[in-house]
Design a protein around this ligand. Structure first.
Ligand SMILES: CC(C)(COP(=O)(O)OP(=O)(O)OC[C@H]1O[C@@H](n2cnc3c(N)ncnc32)[C@H](O)[C@@H]1OP(=O)(O)O)[C@@H](O)C(=O)NCCC(=O)NCCS
Length: 214
């Protein structure tokens, strides 16, 4: 049901072995050579971060992740503590995502924690099942290393395999990093929702963006 599982274990194992053979102290490696391209790896956990679909055992890590994410950024919908009220409720949400056929979520994760996520939800009636909306967020420690683009590529590849024709999202106009990422990945601005959010007492606009999968 979900997209490909990207892992960088193999190449890291190679680098690790190389460092040991040469009796060198192991240094963090921030680039990984994977299928002909260099891919950035998180500075925080350079050897084990990868992207995979969420699973039933992720509730605790997701709870901690969302709590930190909403504390770190004002670019997302939820204020701190507002997204999920309890771990039990998160477990129920996870179950809904995993057992339904309208939602998916991928995470950027190491062994101990989740550092980023992308959620996708498609319409649930025949006239809008071809259209999906996405939302994503990375912890600060994980930003600026290419994970945003990788998450979008996973979502797009899954969408293409599941008869989704349109991917949509919203973004605040002053979120320049996100805007740049989405435009680079082929999303276009379709319009502006005036004063659609209230952030720290100020009304904030949102661009509506979409990518048509041809
Ligand atoms: C927005 C987000 C998903 C982007 O993912 P990312 O992996 O950090 O993206 P990158 O750092 O690779 O940046 C994407 C592009 O924006 C550019 N960029 C970075 N900071 C920028 C800034 N302040 N202004 C303009 N462009 C910027 C990068 O150079 C890159 O462009 P390039 O590939 O041409 O170099 C991630 O930063 C994030 O989750 N932020 C917090 C939550 C959030 O804003 N979510 C999105 C809500 S719509």
């Amino acid at each position: 049901m979900y997209g490909t599982h990207t892992t960088y274990y193999e190449s890291h194992r190679f680098n690790y072995a190389w460092a040991q053979i040469n009796n060198l102290r192991l240094l963090p490696l921030f680039l990984c050579y994977d299928s002909g391209v260099f891919t950035p790896i998180s500075k925080e956990d350079p050897f084990i971060l990868h992207i995979r679909p969420v699973n039933h055992t992720d509730a605790d890590m997701l709870f901690t992740f969302f709590e930190q994410l909403d504390r770190e950024t004002n670019f997302l919908l939820f204020e701190t503590g507002e997204r999920i009220l309890s771990r039990q409720q998160l477990e129920i949400r996870l179950q809904q995502i995993l057992e339904g056929d309208s939602e998916c979520m991928w995470v950027v994760t190491g062994e101990q924690r989740i550092s980023g996520h992308l959620g996708l939800r498609r319409g649930n009636v025949r006239r809008n099942r071809h259209a999906a909306i996405i939302a994503m967020g990375l912890l600060q420690s994980c930003c600026g290393q290419g994970w945003g683009a990788k998450l979008l590529q996973h979502a797009e590849s899954w969408a293409r395999g599941h008869q989704i024709h349109r991917l949509g999202l919203t973004v605040m106009p002053h979120n320049e990093r996100a805007l740049r990422l989405y435009q680079k990945q082929g999303f276009v601005i379709e319009g502006l929702q005036k004063d659609s959010l209230l952030v720290n007492g100020m009304y904030v606009d949102e661009y509506v963006m979409a990518k048509i999968l041809t």
